[in-house]
Design a protein around this ligand. Structure first.
Ligand code: DAH
Length: 336
């Protein structure tokens, strides 16, 4: 009996199992009721009483060893299985996840910033929830002036002095009231107007404002800055045209038109067969605006402009519906 026990102990020690079948064989041989252990315990009954103690403890050792080994083998087989599974992943398959793309409006905004930064402009930001003073009064909109009506303002019902800014021109005031000239900044941001939503108009959109205030700034500087911008943004053959206009905060004021870069001025659907497309407004900062911000209009002058980021993007990529920018349709966004 002693020999048998030693033999089994050795067998258990040297055994290895890599597959489920081998594990099962081990179980049948050493763990199950039909295995060698049952035979041994059967034989144990025949052992003379004075040897029972010795063999009994040897049998228990063998039984424990078999249990321990069985657990070890289970762990081993499981880890082999896990490894196999890991190796069966094909790392060369294309990733199913979508990495996303830069929104076309962000692309345009970044390009605008890049062009103006190279001309010495910094980037400033201001609040979208604004008060009447910064959105209107300081920008030379007299109270009850019809120009306020033109802007279809969203007022906060509980406090009519608070509104959603209708343009980024509020940031001009925020910049000038707290600083000292010279100022040379562009101010991109979202604006709101109570307009019916259609392919051409939305109740929120983005503008980029520009402001340059210093001694002896003239209309010539305004023209040159916007010539440079237009050629960089739309191509070096782009022509710029200034059309007289009216804004309360600039005097004189002008709309900025660029030659249609699609038909090169011949006339097409985009330019409505005029050869020109409008990209924004501009002018010399009205002395009243400078004075409202505590700047001596006798010493300083400046120019300002404002352009629509959606408008520029729609022209550049020939997008015919402004609603696409806020619908988050991946089929549209993934093209940029
Ligand atoms: N604030 C004007 C608008 O929303 C755009 C604009 C025109 C801004 C002329 C300017 C400017 O700074 O000089 O329609």
């Amino acid at each position: 009996m002693k020999e048998k026990i030693d033999e089994y102990l050795q067998e258990i020690d040297s055994l290895k199992a890599n597959t489920k079948d081998e594990l099962e064989q081990f179980r049948l041989r050493f763990i199950s009721k039909k295995g060698v252990m049952t035979d041994l315990f059967q034989a144990f009954k025949e052992v003379p009483n004075e040897q029972k103690k010795e063999y009994g403890s040897q049998l228990n050792v063998l039984k424990e060893k078999a249990q321990e080994k069985f657990q070890e083998l289970i762990d081993e087989v499981n880890s082999v299985k896990a490894q196999d599974e890991a190796q069966s992943i094909d790392v060369t398959l294309p990733s199913p996840s979508n990495t996303g793309s830069i929104h076309p409006l962000t692309k345009t905004k970044n390009r605008v910033i890049q062009i103006f930064e190279r001309q010495g402009f910094s980037v400033a930001e201001g609040p979208e929830v604004e008060d009447d003073f910064h959105n209107f009064t300081a920008l030379n909109f007299p109270e009850n002036h019809p120009a306020r009506e033109m802007q279809d303002t969203y007022f906060i019902t509980k406090n009519p002095d608070t509104l959603l800014r209708t343009h980024t021109s509020n940031v001009q005031i925020r910049l000038m009231e707290h600083g000292k000239p010279p100022f040379r900044s562009i101010m991109p941001g979202r604006v709101y107007r109570n307009e019916a939503i259609s392919a051409r108009a939305h109740c929120f959109f983005n503008q980029v404002e520009g402001l340059y205030v210093d001694k002896k700034v003239s209309f010539k500087d305004l023209k040159q800055t916007l010539y440079h911008f237009s050629k960089e943004m739309f191509g070096k053959d782009t022509q710029v045209r200034f059309r007289p206009s009216y804004f309360p905060f600039t005097e004189p004021s002008a709309e900025i038109d660029i030659s249609c870069f699609i038909c090169k001025g011949d006339g097409c659907k985009i330019c409505k067969h005029t050869g020109w497309v409008e990209i924004g407004g501009s002018g010399m900062v009205d002395p009243n605006v400078l004075e409202a911000c505590g700047i001596d209009s006798g010493e300083y002058s400046g120019f300002a402009f404002g352009m629509g980021i959606e408008r520029i993007t729609m022209l550049k990529y020939q997008i015919d519906d402004i609603r696409l920018f806020s619908e988050n349709d991946m089929r549209f966004l993934s093209q940029f």
